[in-house]
Design a protein around this ligand. Structure first.
Ligand SMILES: *Cc1c(COP(=O)(O)O)cnc(C)c1O
Length: 357
């Protein structure tokens, strides 16, 4: 094996079956074959997003849509809810797009408090809010229902939700929660190779986009909606990845969305229990932990890079040694995608072996 199996939180391991599904005969994207392929993805995507809206397919990483959502919805002033590397970066991206942007910033490892968001929005002037559900850098699962409720109580304020590492691990209930954009990359919890993002836009979000100038072309929501109505995409999409998506959605349907969530809860708990056994403290607060990955604090004096290196060299398994400013002081283990109790147990046995336990 030239490369280790990935247990780092994205990209994650891609199954042979997924790759096989992706290597079907190439088809053109303007025609019935593609339209049937595209249409076949919609019911499954709508189920995991919890929406009756079309779910658009973007040939980009998640950031393309994260930036695009701002360019489609924001008018002047953006509020970014920041609690880790990805959510903090969104503030930077909003400014780079030319918007006035402010943050509700909490310590990395903490969750966003909806009441703090309410107080900040009450200052007035914000037309768009960015929010990350599962902050992959810290392993925190933020309060989606609570944040949506607060933002929705401010009229004409758009809410953009990144569910990159939570999609399919817990219900998103996009329509019920009232999110205006929900987006995810496919290389995290859906266990596809990187290169594609999925997103849905509320009716209010589409209405807003129509009034916003300079949306650009590649991520123009109006273009996406126009093409989606004919089961198509504005530009040539990564057709092989859509074959893979079709396969994964079939697997989710076979497993059942409920059992899939239960599997993630169970495998996530296995890693937390493994950590507890070895005295590794969780970085995220209890009750606000992601079900897709686990972030541990590196104990004083623990040789983290040696641990990761030995696990990789001896067992061909790769975990992650922390991200952004908590690189080294934390480490992360993914249980996203296709991992089962059996494959997580293999990882646990290998980690125990390396620790000499
Ligand atoms: C991985 C990740 C991203 C960035 O995704 P790209 O595909 O690299 O653009 C954004 N948000 C979260 C929460 C992520 O986990």
């Amino acid at each position: 094996m030239p490369y280790p199996k990935l247990f780092s939180p994205g990209p994650v391991d891609v199954s042979k079956e997924t790759f096989a599904a992706m290597s079907q005969t190439m088809i053109g994207h303007r025609g019935a074959d593609f339209e049937n392929l595209y249409a076949s993805t919609q019911p499954g995507l709508q189920e995991i997003f919890g929406t009756t809206r079309p779910v658009f397919i973007s040939t980009s990483s998640a950031w393309g849509v994260m930036e695009g959502a701002l360019r489609n919805l924001a008018r002047a002033k953006v509020l970014c809810l920041c609690c880790g590397a990805f959510s903090d970066k969104w503030l930077d991206v909003a400014k780079k797009c030319g918007f006035e942007a402010e943050a509700v910033q909490v310590e990395w490892g903490d969750a966003i408090d909806p009441e703090v968001v309410r107080a900040k929005l009450a200052e007035g002037g914000f037309d768009t809010v960015t929010f990350i559900h599962s902050e992959t850098s810290t392993g925190v699962l933020n309060d989606l229902v609570g944040i949506c409720k607060v933002v929705k109580s401010f009229p004409d304020t758009m809410l953009i939700v990144d569910c990159v590492s939570s999609l399919s691990t817990v219900p998103m209930d996009m329509d019920a929660n009232g999110a205006d954009v929900m987006l995810a990359g496919v290389q995290k919890a859906l266990a596809l190779p990187p290169g594609m993002a999925l997103f849905a836009v509320s009716e209010a979000g589409m209405e807003r986009a129509k009034t916003v100038k300079n949306r650009g072309y590649y991520f123009d929501f109006i273009e996406f909606a126009k093409n989606a109505a004919a089961n198509n995409t504005p530009c040539t999409p990564s057709i092989s990845l859509i074959f893979g998506l079709q396969y994964i959605l079939g697997e989710i349907a076979k497993e059942g969305f409920g059992p899939r969530q239960a599997r993630h809860a169970k495998t996530n708990e296995m890693i937390a229990a493994w950590g507890a056994k070895h005295g590794f403290e969780l970085f995220a607060p209890e009750g606000r932990r992601s079900f897709a990955l686990t972030c541990f604090k590196t104990p004083e004096g623990f040789d983290l890079s040696g641990f990761i290196k030995n696990l990789k060299n001896k067992h061909g398994l790769l975990i992650n040694g922390g991200y952004g400013k908590i690189k080294g002081s934390t480490f992360r283990i993914s249980n996203m995608g296709n991992e089962t109790e059996a494959t997580m147990q293999e990882l646990i046995d290998a980690m125990d072996d390396v620790l000499g336990a």
